[in-house]
Design a binder for this molecule. Structure first.
Ligand SMILES: *Cc1c(COP(=O)(O)O)cnc(C)c1O
Length: 485
């Protein structure tokens, strides 16, 4: 798709629409000098070169990639209108698009009934779910795993809700025994399960958490900000076989999930609320999260009157079920257009996620076979964690692992030729030794390398990436050995 054409088409259609109204003069106060614009614009373009190349598969670091051109074209066309989805007065056309995409997200999650809306971020989506959790279980706390996104502790602090941290198992998933111990005290009214943790892509066992929580009358919120779209690859109601088993054709195209991962993702359907970020795995530009509630009746917690906005319609306004006021209507339009072309099916958006998943599984295999690299843990979704193997340092020493990992990251990103961009994750000594029993814990924490393979382009590029990182690992040896301890 030729982005330039569609950007121009959006601008042209906007001009044509504007011409259907009575002619009016632009005000000189907003006039800008073309030559000055040229200078300033060139400066902007030069400054943007100061970013990392998120678009390229040599960028295999954080959860970053550009939006799909379709989303950019849809966003730009709608941004010219600049509708505000807070109220139907501000976004009559784009509010309807928002309702439609939220319906599709709810169907993907497996919700029968739902209440939901887009948000400006996953943080906001989680905040709204935690707010409803507090209103539904006054006085009770929230249980999160020690690997949950830090936003939960922050937002609970903001809401004045106590937080209980549940330890994780040797794969970074919420420990069920510890959760049950906590729930039996009656202190928690809500469990937050993360389906796809930010650091490791670990999926909490939601299919076991839901029945346990129900036994104690506790709510369940799934933070699927990162991992929610992987539901497209687990078969069942969303595009697969109605009996809930993964369809075989889909299985051949993808690197299948461990059964407990697939079961956990399918259990999204049974949660009280789900947060999911189209600006992570939904090909959208930033400014697009979503929150879904299974019980439409939670709308009562948001009820308020607006002295300014709710006038043109008796229909409910999105602002009546959200905590944010102004929200981008263009974000809804961009997602709406994207899902028209890459729908929420295994063959639509699912094919994009499947490529990253296959790349992660294949890279983990190459890492295991490499003399230069060691796997930290197998990828549960599409996030690969690993560290440089330092010869003469077996069993691995944590201090050396951390130095070598950071050295590889820095050498890679600063290389004049053939740079490669990775990230590191901080892990505790306990977490490391839980995965690598013989490791020498000469430090209370260390860093391992982390690559989020969320671009499908990573799949065909993988061999190059692997070779490059392997060579970097070798150059990290002197620094690691010199780290002394
Ligand atoms: C990214 C992320 C968040 C925060 O979402 P933002 O969109 O960055 O505000 C919360 N939880 C998880 C699991 C995430 O991956």
């Amino acid at each position: 798709m030729e982005l330039g054409y569609w950007l121009g088409r959006g601008a042209e259609a906007f001009r044509d629409w504007a011409r259907t109204y009575d002619e009016f003069a632009a005000h000189p106060a907003t006039a800008v000098d073309e030559a000055a614009c040229e200078v300033a614009f060139e400066e902007l373009l030069a400054r943007l070169r100061g970013s990392y190349p998120f678009f390229h598969p040599c960028y295999a670091g954080q959860m970053l990639k550009p939006p799909h051109p379709v989303a950019v074209a849809g966003y730009a066309a709608a941004m010219l209108v600049n509708s505000n989805n807070h109220a139907l007065d501000g976004g009559p056309a784009t509010s309807v698009m928002e309702e439609e995409v939220v319906e599709q997200l709810a169907e993907m999650a497996g919700f029968e009934a739902h209440l939901g809306h887009l948000t400006s971020s996953g943080t906001q989506a989680n905040l709204e779910a935690l707010f409803v959790a507090r209103e539904s279980r006054p006085g009770a706390g929230v249980a999160v795993s020690s690997e949950a996104h830090y936003t939960h502790a922050r937002m609970c602090h903001l809401l004045g809700v106590p937080v209980f941290t549940v330890p994780v198992d040797a794969r970074g998933r919420m420990d069920m025994g510890e959760l049950e111990r906590l729930l039996s005290t009656g202190a928690a009214g809500t469990v937050v399960a993360t389906t796809g943790t930010t650091a490791l892509g670990a999926v909490d066992p939601l299919h076991r958490i839901v029945p346990l929580a129900r036994r104690y009358g506790v709510r369940v919120h799934a933070d699927a900000a990162y991992g929610g779209f992987f539901r497209l690859l687990t078969g069942g109601r969303t595009g697969g076989r109605p009996d809930g088993r993964a369809d075989e054709r889909a299985d051949r195209r993808q690197a299948p999930f461990a059964p407990e991962t697939a079961d956990a993702l399918r259990a999204l359907a049974r949660c009280d609320s789900v947060a999911i970020d189209p600006h992570k795995h939904g090909l959208q530009p930033y400014g697009c999260g979503a929150v879904l509630f299974g019980d439409p009746d939670v709308a009562r917690f948001f009820r308020h009157d607006s002295p300014y906005t709710y006038f043109t319609s008796r229909r409910p306004h999105l602002g009546e079920i959200s905590l944010e006021c102004s929200r981008s209507g263009a974000a809804a339009a961009a997602l709406w257009l994207t899902l028209k072309l890459l729908p929420l099916t295994p063959d639509g958006l699912g094919a994009v996620l499947a490529a990253g998943r296959r790349a992660a599984v294949r890279w983990a295999g190459l890492i295991s076979d490499s003399p230069c690299l060691e796997p930290y843990q197998p990828p549960e979704l599409d996030i690969v964690t690993y560290y440089p193997a330092v010869p003469g340092s077996s069993p691995p020493r944590l201090s050396r692992v951390g130095v070598a990992s950071k050295e590889v990251m820095h050498q890679g990103m600063n290389a004049k030729e053939d740079p490669v961009f990775l990230s590191v994750a901080r892990v505790t000594a306990d977490a490391f030794t839980a995965r690598h029993a013989g490791a020498v814990a000469d430090s209370d924490h260390t860093h391992v390398l982390r690559s989020v393979l969320m671009k499908p382009e990573s799949e065909p590029y993988l061999d190059r990436l692997h070779q490059r990182v392997g060579r970097l690992a070798k150059t990290s040896w002197p620094a690691a050995r010199g780290s002394g301890r």
